[in-house]
Write a protein that binds this ligand. Structure first.
Ligand SMILES: C[S@@+](CC[C@H](N)C(=O)[O-])C[C@H]1O[C@@H](n2cnc3c(N)ncnc32)[C@H](O)[C@@H]1O
Length: 346
């Protein structure tokens, strides 16, 4: 028997892009906005849509889809505002390089984003490459990565990771740059990359006194607890405001310039505590990046905030029995798009 709360894709009439814009923009904005005309199909295209067999919509890649290689059926679940983090597990042979880095993300989670925001053969930028999780996700999915990493140690490990965990010679199909991303990004031409995905340092939290979890997990096993001692490492900037300014103005704004028009960037970040203060890093980034001018009449606009749930993490009794102190068991994926500024010349 079919589950009650599951709607089968081939049973519903998938709305055209025009209808979707009507449904979602109207109630949010209190008036029907005129969407960017380049984003909506012509009348002729729309009537063709209506005639499309629902079966085809579900099973095939729409010929107008210039974003990814997903069928309608594969596309829909990826628009959900959350997903659960997936990893290999610490004991897996292919998790041994990743373990050496203090804050890697999961190449499987990033693979999902890459499959949604790019087509096969597209280029992907990661300005904070770490041990190459983005590059590994690209290599496994037929995309081409440019991975910039300041520390020589992590840079070398990212190349080794592809060679040992993907296939011998696979690292040579991607570009690994061992440098400070700030001057490096300036060397790329406007509109170079199809997609940008990264996780930046979270200010200087890794330089704080190790808490119980870190002590048990990394200090006792003699694993690195911060990225580097370099003054160019954004994780070593002392004041939070200075850190945010550098990250936004010198890195993410520049990433906006070098991604192609109408393409996306995903920032994987978490909120954190500094002593007793809760710092909502994700909302500080949204405030600073929304509508930031990235040149040539374009800006970054927020498209969504996905929750990446980390349901496997162990709970620690931080404030018990006196105060609410959160176990932060999720990350945010901030999804921005490079869109034309309202009123900018066509
Ligand atoms: C959160 S980690 C990224 C981890 C990566 N996503 C992975 O899975 O391996 C941030 C990385 O940024 C690097 N980093 C810090 N400042 C940098 C800079 N100015 N230029 C390039 N990389 C930098 C750090 O060395 C660290 O490896």
């Amino acid at each position: 028997m079919a589950r009650k709360n599951v709607v089968r894709l081939d049973e519903i009439n998938i709305p055209t892009q025009v209808e979707l814009l009507d449904i979602y923009i109207y109630p949010l904005e209190g008036g029907l906005l005129q969407p960017d005309s380049a984003d909506i199909p012509s009348e002729e295209e729309s009537s063709n849509d209506a005639q499309a067999e629902s079966e085809d919509v579900v099973q095939t890649v729409d010929p107008r889809n210039s974003l990814n290689d997903l069928t309608g059926k594969e596309w829909l679940p990826e628009t959900k505002s959350f997903f659960f983090q997936k990893g290999l597990g610490a004991k897996h042979p292919h998790a041994q390089i990743e373990r050496l880095h203090p804050a890697p993300y999961s190449f499987q989670d990033i693979g999902r984003l890459i499959l949604f925001f790019t087509k096969k053969g597209n280029s992907v930028l990661d300005p904070f490459g770490g041990v190459g999780s983005t590059a590994k996700a690209c290599a496994l999915n037929g995309r081409i990565c440019t991975s910039i990493e300041l520390s020589q140690e992590w840079h070398e490990l990212s190349i080794k990771r592809l060679e040992t965990e993907v296939s011998e010679g696979s690292s040579s199909e991607h570009s690994f740059i061992n440098a400070d991303c700030i001057p490096t990004l300036k060397t790329f031409a406007d509109n170079t990359f199809n997609f940008m995905v990264t996780s930046p340092p979270y200010w200087a939290i890794l330089n704080k006194k190790a808490d119980h979890k870190v002590k048990k997990g990394r200090v006792e096993q003699n694993l690195a607890t911060n990225y580097s001692s370099s003054e160019k490492d954004l994780g070593n900037i002392e004041r939070y405001e200075d850190f945010l300014e550098t990250l936004v103005q010198d890195v993410f704004k520049e990433c906006g310039r070098v991604i192609k028009e109408k393409r996306y960037m995903c920032l994987v970040v978490s909120d954190f505590r500094n002593k007793s203060e809760f710092i909502s890093f994700h909302s500080d980034l949204i405030q600073r990046l929304s509508h930031i001018d990235v040149g040539n009449g374009y800006e970054l606009t927020l498209q969504g905030v996905k929750i990446l749930a980390q349901n496997h993490k162990s709970l620690l009794p931080y404030g018990y029995p006196f105060a609410y102190v959160e176990n932060i068991h999720h990350q945010y994926i901030l999804i921005f798009r490079k869109t034309k500024k309202k009123g900018a010349a066509k």
